[in-house]
Design a protein around this ligand. Structure first.
Ligand SMILES: [Zn+2]
Length: 89
């Protein structure tokens, strides 16, 4: 089952390319990445002790180097890809 529809993936890839996200992997220098079929939504932690599971978060798309598995995240808000009404929750 696909989480991110193909049309949305194409839109994400197009925006990343427009932003100049086209360099090789910073760890192994390979050129092939895959777009994770889903999002990361990391919660901003208000303090260093413990883990907060809800609250302000940074939704992001994730690319993975297909050679070494290096993971890169790109914030949806900066890319202009946040769904309408989701900008400031
Ligand atoms: Zn790599």
């Amino acid at each position: 089952m696909k989480i991110i529809p193909d049309e949305k993936k194409l839109e994400i890839i197009k925006v990343l390319q427009q932003k100049g996200v086209n360099r090789p992997c910073p760890k192994c220098n390979h050129n092939n990445f895959t777009l994770l079929d889903g999002y990361f939504n990391q919660v901003i932690q208000p303090e260093l002790k413990g883990i907060t599971l809800s609250g302000p978060a940074v939704p992001s798309v994730v690319t993975v180097c297909t050679n070494c598995g290096y993971i890169s995240q790109h914030a949806l808000g900066v890319l202009g890809l946040m769904p309408a009404g989701e900008e400031k929750k």
